[in-house]
Design a protein around this ligand. Structure first.
Ligand SMILES: Nc1ncnc2c1ncn2[C@@H]1O[C@H](COP(=O)(O)OP(=O)(O)O)[C@@H](O)[C@H]1O
Ligand SMILES: [Mg+2]
Length: 470
């Protein structure tokens, strides 16, 4: 006996969910965004089921894959995996826990929803999806969206779709709001008219118990507005929204020795010390080429580590550090700066040029912002700040900084800002590119090595110095 099932009866979409579903016929990128509890996550997973059925019906293509993404695995589990066990009927398909895939029965085309996390999107480099859904889109930077767009393709399917649900706020708030709500795009955006936004409110969802609204009503004013009414004007989101991996991250290369180089330091003990080796190219590009990011280093052990990670041939001009280490005293009664200088002198037998960093945060950030701005060099997009792909902690933490809720022109210093602080001291020290004659540098290098060599010779107790090797 066959039982006829109407998809609409099965999912029983709310009015707003229906509106989102309808919009998908006309638009490619849909954001259902705003309040908590509006039914966003529910809509995303069921809309993917619907898209799989639709692709099979329309194109007769079997085993199509679509992806449902959350920022990390626990979120994926809480928002979806725990729910589909009860929500997706067993006659519809099977969930394969090891692969995190829900596969529709062959009768429905054998399509597959791949549940995936977004902690490192580059692992999906060779994957393709006919449709993608991102739950809590504002928890991601624009890089993630740009990358996922490149994975949105399936042979034979013209109308691929990107759907997302989200609350306001978070590191992605600004770019999501720009693109989906205000329709402000990058100049080269080719699909401007394919974006659609649906405002979610908690009251959209009749399936929620009344007590839940009472809970949202009781939140402090700002959270109440954001989570009950879905107000998008309360947050600014990512502080450096100009950051793009494809523009600012480069593969390591050998830095020419005539480039000017400095070391910048943000000191921490229970939080990490962040150290960057920076090189300024003759054209004025500012490269971060090495990183040290470690907790529980004393001032002297930090200086030791920096010395051991640096070779003489790098010809570092100066170290620039967090100004607070001039006032903070270590166990010895000396300031952090003095301790570092002493360690350097003992080890290297010369004085360290340790420069006090400028701590005008807002000004510093706006200079970094200038360094992030793209400009054209021929037909290539470039930016003044270039980060070696080996500076993992900078690349991880820099895009997660958000605006401060009170001092709105500053970034929130509760975020992981050590790497950004360190580079700010570096850039604020105004390291202009050095125009150096390579011959002069070579000579300097030779002198340095020679001095070291002489120092390493043990004086003979008596008699002449015996010469060999000539
Ligand atoms: N159309 C629907 N039919 C039945 N339950 C729904 C429907 N839409 C949402 N729900 C349920 O309402 C609750 C909140 O929905 P959810 O999608 O998690 O909201 P949001 O992601 O917007 O916070 C969940 O328990 C969800 O299963
Ligand atoms: Mg949700």
């Amino acid at each position: 006996m066959t039982t006829n099932i109407n998809f609409s009866d099965l999912v029983n979409f709310t009015e707003k969910q229906d509106e989102a579903n309808e919009a998908l016929k006309q638009f490619k990128f849909i954001l259902y965004g705003g309040a908590m509890g509006g039914g966003k996550s529910y809509w995303l997973r069921w809309e993917l089921v619907k898209l799989l059925l639709y692709y099979f019906h329309k194109y007769k293509i079997r085993n199509v894959a679509v992806g449902l993404f959350c920022e990390d695995y626990p979120a994926l589990k809480d928002r979806h995996l725990n729910k589909i066990k009860f929500e997706f009927p067993s006659w519809l398909g099977d969930y394969y826990a090891q692969d995190h895939n829900f596969v529709l029965k062959e009768d429905y085309g054998g399509g597959m929803i791949c549940f995936r996390n977004l902690d490192d999107v580059s692992k999906y480099q060779s994957a393709e999806f006919a449709a993608e859904a991102v739950d809590e889109l504002t928890k991601n930077t624009k890089d993630v969206f740009d990358f996922l767009r490149t994975r949105l393709r399936w042979p034979g399917i013209e109308d691929t779709k990107f759907i997302a649900g989200t609350n306001p706020g978070g590191i992605g708030h600004a770019w999501v709001k720009d693109m989906f709500i205000n329709n402000i795009f990058d100049p080269n955006e080719q699909e401007k008219d394919k974006f659609y936004f649906i405002q979610a409110r908690a009251t959209d969802n009749p399936h929620l118990p009344k007590s839940y609204y009472t809970t949202l009503e009781s939140l402090p004013e700002q959270s109440r507005k954001a989570f009950l009414e879905g107000d998008w004007d309360l947050f600014k989101g990512q502080y450096f929204s100009e950051w793009r991996k494809d523009l600012h991250v480069v593969e390591p290369f050998k830095i020419p020795y005539e480039w000017k180089k400095i070391v910048c330091i943000d000191y921490g003990y229970s939080s990490p010390s962040a150290v960057y080796w920076c090189a300024i190219s003759p054209e004025g590009y500012f490269y971060l080429y090495r990183e040290l990011y470690e907790i529980q280093l004393t001032y002297s052990s930090l200086a030791d580590r920096i010395i051991s990670m640096t070779t003489d041939s790098e010809n570092i001009r100066y170290w620039v550090a967090d100004p607070s280490i001039w006032s903070r005293k270590g166990d010895s009664g000396l300031s952090g700066a003095e301790t570092m200088k002493n360690t350097y002198r003992d080890k290297k037998r010369m004085a360290l040029d340790l420069v006090q960093g400028n701590n005008d945060r807002v000004n510093g950030w706006s200079i970094i912002r200038e360094y992030l701005k793209p400009f054209m060099v021929g037909d290539k997009k470039m930016a003044k700040l270039q980060v070696f792909s080996t500076c993992y902690e900078f690349i991880r933490t820099f895009p997660t900084l958000i605006y401060d809720a009170i001092k709105v022109e500053d970034c929130d210093s509760d975020g992981e800002d050590h790497a950004a602080d360190s580079v700010r001291y570096g850039i604020m020290s105004n390291p202009t590119p050095a125009i150096v004659d390579p011959m002069v540098l070579k000579q300097k290098l030779f002198n340095q090595r020679h001095k070291k060599y002489l120092a390493s010779m043990k004086p003979q107790k008596r008699g002449l110095y015996r010469m060999t090797g000539y």
